[in-house]
Ligand binder design. Sequence first.
Ligand code: GH3
Ligand code: MG
Ligand code: MG
Ligand code: MG
Length: 320
Amino acid sequence: VTTILVIEDSESQRGEIREALRSACLFDRIIEARDGIDGLRMMLAESPDLVLCDLEMPGLDGEKLLRMSRKDADAEHPTPFIVLTAVTDPARRAQLLQQGASDTISKPFHAAELIARVALHLELVRTQRELIQKNQELERLSRTDALTGLANRRQIDERLERECRRSQRYGSPFAIVLADIDDFKTFNDVHGHLVGDQVLVGVAGTMHDMVRDTDCIGRFGGEEFIVILSNNDRDGAEVFAERWRRSVERVRVPVEGGAIVSTTISIGIACWSPEIATPSPLLRRADEALYTAKAGGRNQVCVYSKVGAIKDEDSSESSS
Ligand code: GH3
Ligand code: MG
Ligand code: MG
Ligand code: MG
């Protein structure tokens, strides 16, 4: 529903504006205020798509209204504010534009000009809103994995950086859980890539109910997934990982020909500790734990627990 708010103290002028707007059919709703106070109230209560406001009104005039409306204007969705005025002084009109008016229209107004200007600003608003929406959608897509809908590598990296900074600052621990589907190459060879993709979606789907809103789940790479568990220590991560491993084991994917297939994951866990300042040593540890889980026979959880290697890792980290 497209709404225009007309603020005008003269009843006859309001009538003329209403007629012009009606015949142009640009708006679903034309709402009217007969003074500034009423206008301000309606601006807030009705959030119109466009405001057409008389400049000269007793009490709260068009200029004050303009200033007030610009002050608490939604920076992303500013409502066009068009001023109707008998003022002919160009300097004064320029001032109104500088204060945030979208346009000025001379009084007495010419219906065709009024409509043309209103239509132009309405179109500008629409284009602007579309652009904002598309940008938000692009922003979301750029952070999302297309197949599974999980966070993609970019979002995961950002999140890991943030968690590391937060933990360095407040000492609150977090853990990462890295999972890799077992023998997935063979799985693809036997069942085909499309079934493989279905399994990836199935594995992704097993996580949602297990994590909290503050946790981050993502597709780390091809058939690797990661969960960042905020405010969690080793015990919490192990419990989570074991539940995840079991729920993947239970996923059944029906394939062509009536067969039902399933898969398993191996999991490596690494926990933040104070000497970890950046994500990469933590990821290396999770990877190492994952490798141990694979070597141990797959479909199992392994926690990184070496202590001695920390210093060597960190010095190679900082010198690289
Ligand atoms: P391991 O148990 O040691 O992890 O064995 P693996 O076969 O899973 O390991 P490997 O790294 O050799 O193979 C990973 C496979 O994952 C290879 C690749 O074809 C498959 N893969 C990666 N991304 C996708 C994808 O998006 N869709 C499908 N269907 N397969 C994928
Ligand atoms: Mg007036
Ligand atoms: Mg892999
Ligand atoms: Mg694998």
